[in-house]
Design a protein. Structure first.
Length: 445
């Protein structure tokens, strides 16, 4: 046994991970059930027990490697100065540089960012990408900021992150409410500070400055690839299947569009402010046109209006949550009628809801596999930036499909071998890869 294992008893091991959750005053009051970091730790406990993971490895994964909190002063359009709070968390870097998105949202908190960074470690490992996991965010409401304020906020945040990020250290990307333009400002700010253009410092950039073909659509595209694989197993014909999509941001809108294109009937779509239900199927292209230059799809005149949470209980074959974490809980899980849930969002299902789905025989394709298309295309973008050699969209999509299918098959194999659900199987695959890197690298000094 490694020396460190002797001093960590199982009692300490479990006590150490359930520290009081950190909360920012303006963050939502998480209950232990909906606190994303506590949820991440519960999953880690499950996988640790299943794999009989060495306690010292469990300890390493139950804490982020490093966390950074920054205050970001921004000159507002009315000349006042407002100070925002931002975070970047490196969860684990044993398999490579840190990778993960940046989120702008009023409910961002350190605990949320820690959970999202943990999920990135696992997501990159499931896909066998040479990355560790990171995440960042700023507590802000982008709807209340002008473009100029967003630019100044982003540039100052990037400058504050200067000590963390870099093409070989930590590579941010878009997440909730961030986009290619924000990545362009990050890339430019970082490049100005280091004195040369460094496209590989962020992914999800506009194509004109070193972004990749296919990156923008990649998360939604990957969601559809794994759905096709799962449908094959469950005997669902996607062409006649009914799909409900929660969230109409980059992931939800692209997934809905591709499902629609493949002939599936998208019967429900919703976002934070409302949604639409049409048992005959929604014309997603028309809905996208409606949403152009609007913050929400609420008010779309064709079909019946429905609420964001009503969508989860719709009569459908496939439910695709693509919004925020903690949406499927023990309260609404019993009402879910879908046979298959594909997690386009990060952490949309609480562990309690997961148990209910298991009892009800609903297959769940977990986030760390289902939405990994985004970070996989980010990896392709980073490789192209490093080589200064760019691929065609067909090459990106072909390689993306290959890697998504490979990961799906590997997870499925573990699920069958160990008689466990797809989530636990995905964690077993990922954790074993991270643990192996930890064992081989050993402890410094
Ligand atoms: N934000 C995305 C995710 O949660 C993409 C991360 C990346 O491309 O680095 O997976």
């Amino acid at each position: 046994m490694p020396r460190i294992a002797k001093i960590v008893t199982p009692e300490i091991r479990y006590k150490s991970i359930h520290n009081a959750p950190e909360k920012h005053p303006s963050s939502p009051a998480f209950s232990p059930q909906t606190n994303p970091w506590q949820q991440a730790l519960q999953t880690l406990d499950l996988v640790t027990d299943h794999m009989k993971l060495e306690p010292w490895i469990h300890e390493r994964l139950a804490r982020p490697k490093r966390t950074l909190t920054v205050s970001i002063p921004v000159k507002m359009d009315d000349d006042s100065i407002k100070t925002f709070e931002g975070y970047r968390v490196h969860h684990n870097l044993d398999r490579g540089p840190a990778k993960g998105g940046i989120r702008y949202h009023p409910d961002v908190s350190m605990d949320e960012v820690k959970a999202l960074a943990f999920w990135m470690t696992m997501k990159c490992a499931v896909m066998n990408l040479p990355y560790g996991g990171a995440k960042g965010g700023i507590i802000c409401d982008p709807r209340t900021l002008s473009d100029k304020e967003m630019e100044r906020l982003t540039r100052r945040f990037t400058a504050e992150l200067g000590i963390f990020i870099g093409p070989e250290r930590d590579i941010p990307a878009p997440d909730v409410n961030t986009n290619p333009q924000i990545m362009a400002w990050m890339m430019d700010t970082y490049s100005m500070n280091v004195g040369h253009t460094a496209p590989g410092v962020v992914t999800g950039k506009p194509i004109d400055i070193g972004g990749s073909e296919g990156r923008r659509e990649a998360t939604g595209y990957g969601v559809v690839v794994v759905t096709q694989e799962a449908c094959r197993i469950l005997g669902i014909d996607l062409k006649t299947a009914c799909v409900a999509v929660q969230g109409f941001g980059n992931v939800g809108a692209n997934a809905a569009r591709i499902f629609h294109k493949l002939g599936a009937r998208v019967v429900g779509v919703s976002d934070k402010d409302g949604g639409v239900y049409d048992p005959q199927g929604i014309d997603i292209e028309d809905l996208r046109l409606f949403k152009k230059n609007k913050p929400s799809i609420a008010g779309y005149p064709k079909g019946r209006p429905i609420g964001n949470t009503d969508l989860l209980a719709l009569d459908c074959d496939i439910l695709v949550p693509c919004a925020l974490e903690g949406q499927l809980t023990q309260d609404n899980a019993p009402q879910v009628k879908a046979r298959l849930i594909v997690e386009g969002a990060n952490g949309p299902t609480t562990p309690q809801a997961d148990k209910i789905f298991k009892q009800n025989g609903i297959m769940v394709i977990p986030d760390i596999l289902a939405n990994a298309g985004g970070v996989t295309a980010s990896y392709f973008e980073w490789v192209q930036d490093i080589q200064s050699f760019f691929w065609r969209a067909e090459d990106v999509n072909e390689r993306l499909t290959q890697l998504m299918r490979r990961a799906f098959t590997e997870v499925c194999g573990i699920s069958k071998r160990d008689h466990i659900d797809m989530r636990l199987a995905a964690y077993v695959l990922a954790t074993e890869r991270v643990a192996q890197a930890l064992r081989i690298r050993g402890i410094y000094p």
